[in-house]
Ligand binder design. Structure first.
Ligand code: UDP
Ligand code: MG
Length: 321
C-alpha cells in the first residue's frame, strides 16, 4: 500500500541536523495519524550523514534513504526524492529545519480541500542577511518580469505537491532543474501558505554565492528566452539611429559642410546595428532550438471526463451475438 504522505529531505553534510529534523518530522507526522514515509537523499555527504541515515532506516520503518555516489546538488537530490516517493502527496522540506515541519499539517489541510500545490511563502526570513533578502527580492522581480508572473514571490522549494503534479514534473526531462519554476509551469490548483522561515538549526549553508547564482541563472535561462532577443531590440535601435544619421549626413553634404566626421560615426553605428541585429536573429532561432531541446510536454491534462462511456447506438441497430 502506498503511503498517504512522502516527505522528501535532501541532505548534504547535515550530521548536526539530522537527529533533530527526524525527531520533529516524526512528531508531526505521527500527530497527523495517516501513513507516511520519509525519504532522505544523501547528496554525496562527506561527514557522518550517511551512517546516521542508515541507522535511522534500520530503526524506523518509515525511513528510506537514497545515497548519491557524489554531490549532485540540491535540485537534483529533490528530483531523486520525487522519483522514489510513493505517496499520494509529496512534501519537500530542507534538512536544516529552516522550513518548520509543524507547517505540514496546515499544508495537508489545504491539500484535502482540493489544492494540488501548497507552496510555502515566507512571511519573514530569520537569520538571513539583508544582502540575501534584498538580492532575493530583486531576483524574483526580474524573474517575474522575464518569465511572466506565474512565479510566486518569496517561495522556495518547501511545499506539498499532489501525486498528479509530481508525475508531471518527474516526466520533464530537462537537466537544468529549477523545481519551483517547473511546479509553477505545471499549473493545477496552487496556493500559497504563509510561514516564518527559521534560522538554520545547526551547521552552515551549503548554498554559497556561486551555487546561488547558478540556481538564479537556471531560473531565468530555463523559463525565459527574452534575453536571447535583447540584441535584436538593441540592433533595431542602432539601425534607427543610423537611419537618422544618414539623413543628417546627406543634408549636411548638400549644404556643403564638412561631413567626414559624421559619416564615420554613421558607419560605426550602422555596423553595430547590423551586428546586433544578426546576433538577435541567431538568438531567436536558438530560443526555438532550446525550447525543443527542453522536451517539455506540450500540455498538462488535469483530468478527463466521459472517455469511459459507450456512446449509445442509434435506434434500430441490430446487435450481433
Ligand atoms: N543540499 C543538498 N545538496 C547540496 C546543497 C544543499 O542536498 O549540494 C540540501 C541541504 O542539506 C539542505 C537543503 O539542500 O537540506 C538546503 O540547503 P541549505 O540549507 O544549505 O541552503 P540555504 O537554506 O542556506 O539556502
Ligand atoms: Mg537552509
Amino acid at each position: 500500500m502506498n503511503p498517504v504522505y512522502s516527505i522528501v529531505v535532501p541532505c548534504y553534510n547535515e550530521e548536526a541536523c539530522i537527529a533533530e529534523t527526524h525527531a520533529r518530522l516524526t512528531a508531526v507526522m505521527t500527530g497527523m495519524g495517516e501513513s507516511y514515509e520519509i525519504l532522505y537523499i544523501n547528496d554525496g555527504s562527506r561527514d557522518q550523514t550517511a551512517p546516521m541515515l542508515d541507522a535511522l532506516a534500520a530503526q524506523d520503518l518509515h525511513v528510506r534513504v537514497i545515497h548519491f555516489a557524489r554531490n549532485a546538488g540540491h535540485q537534483i537530490a529533490v528530483s531523486a526524492g520525487l522519483d522514489y516517493a510513493a505517496g499520494q502527496a509529496v512534501v519537500i522540506i530542507d534538512a536544516d529545519l529552516q522550513d518548520p515541519p509543524e507547517v505540514i499539517p496546515q499544508m495537508a489541510a489545504r491539500w484535502k480541500a482540493g489544492v494540488q500545490v501548497v507552496y510555502g511563502q515566507r512571511n519573514s526570513r530569520e537569520g538571513e542577511s539583508k544582502f540575501k533578502e534584498l538580492t532575493a527580492k530583486w531576483y524574483y522581480r526580474l524573474l517575474r518580469n522575464l518569465a511572466g508572473d506565474v512565479f510566486p514571490k518569496d517561495t522556495g522549494d518547501f511545499r506539498l505537491v499532489d501525486r498528479a503534479v509530481v508525475d508531471v514534473v518527474k516526466n520533464m526531462p530537462e537537466h537544468a532543474r529549477y523545481l519551483r519554476g517547473m511546479f509553477a509551469w505545471a499549473g493545477f490548483k496552487q496556493e500559497a501558505l504563509l510561514y516564518d522561515r527559521d534560522k538554520r538549526f545547526a551547521g552552515e549553508t551549503h548554498y554559497p554565492l556561486r551555487k546561488m547564482l547558478r540556481l538564479a541563472a537556471n531560473g531565468v535561462l530555463s523559463f525565459s528566452e527574452k534575453p536571447l532577443l535583447w540584441p535584436l531590440w538593441a540592433g533595431i535601435i542602432f539601425l534607427l539611429v543610423a537611419g537618422a544619421m544618414a539623413v543628417k549626413t546627406v543634408i549636411t553634404h548638400f549644404l556643403g559642410w564638412d561631413t567626414a566626421f559624421s559619416a564615420m560615426h554613421l558607419l560605426i553605428v550602422l555596423s553595430t546595428g547590423l551586428i546586433l541585429t544578426s546576433l538577435g536573429i541567431l538568438g531567436a532561432y536558438l530560443a526555438r532550438v532550446y525550447e525543443e531541446v527542453k522536451g517539455r510536454p506540450l500540455y498538462v491534462v488535469a483530468r478527463t471526463q466521459g472517455f469511459d462511456k459507450q456512446p449509445p447506438l442509434p435506434p434500430g441497430t441490430k446487435i450481433k451475438a
